[in-house]
Write a protein that binds this ligand. Sequence first.
Ligand SMILES: Nc1ncnc2c1ncn2[C@@H]1O[C@H](COP(=O)(O)OP(=O)(O)OP(=O)(O)O)[C@@H](O)[C@H]1O
Ligand SMILES: [Mg+2]
Length: 288
Amino acid sequence: MAGQMKMDTQPAHGDAAEEQVTHPEDRANAGVRIHGIWKSYGTGDTRSVVLEGIDLAIQRGEFVSVIGPSGCGKSTLLKVIAGLTDANGGDVTIDGSSVRSAAKNKMIGLVPQSPALLPWRTVLDNVRLPMKVNRRANGGRNLRSPEDILHSFGLGQAIDKYPAQLSGGMQQRVAIARAFVFDPSVLLMDEPFSALDEMNRDQQRLGLLDFWQSNRKTVLFVTHSVPEAIMLSDRIVVMAAHPGRIASIIDVNLPRPRDADVYATDEFRDLEGEVRSTLRAVMEDQHV
Ligand SMILES: Nc1ncnc2c1ncn2[C@@H]1O[C@H](COP(=O)(O)OP(=O)(O)OP(=O)(O)O)[C@@H](O)[C@H]1O
Ligand SMILES: [Mg+2]
């Protein structure tokens, strides 16, 4: 529900996140920096290049969506940034740190495509799980209380329930809440709402937007939905396939804070036309 994900931390406006970065060199490295990422799977005849020369800089506190045809390497790109798979070339830094050290320090929160909750654990235990599994990562970190996070995500009543007792949308919110236990500076989300029906999806989207507007994180968000990408993002990265590469980056200059009214504006419709025609060009190119 819109508003359900609102966190009770102090609001961070426009450049509040930026203010935390004081040293000019830190500022230059802040956010996610992706340089010349190149990734292939297989060897010999079966070798295929999945990502070719991906360059992208995501500013601290910026919300960037990635959209593109199935198989163009969106999930692979997220996995490279999360340190779940190694690239064959290029490099990624997270607030100036290598992926390895950022992952070790739990600076990255990953929300996978399906909620991946353990059915035999309660909601609270599912959210506590990363703390138990990564005991050593807790040292010196400003951990958030799982109970507080769940309350902020509107799941206070669900704390002692099991995943099967929740709706799909609530399960998704538990998965998003779980990514916040370590208060990561970067959030990677791989089509988190894809399994939901349109109404539920819109509610979750507005909830995420509301949350992000009051608690800015650097976000890289994969989606297949054009309105979703526009509603949430500062910029939309359109990828092409075979090999996966960035075809275009579209700025979304809609004023913030945004709410559902924005869908009906001319600016929104113009952007929708622009993103859709870019995607069409990418798809046509693929079939030449
Ligand atoms: N572990 C793997 N081994 C071999 N090939 C893989 C592996 N993971 C992904 N691929 C291939 O890499 C390409 C990109 O996959 P990826 O999952 O990144 O695409 P995607 O853009 O996320 O697609 P979708 O929109 O369908 O989720 C695909 O052709 C896929 O078959
Ligand atoms: Mg994918």
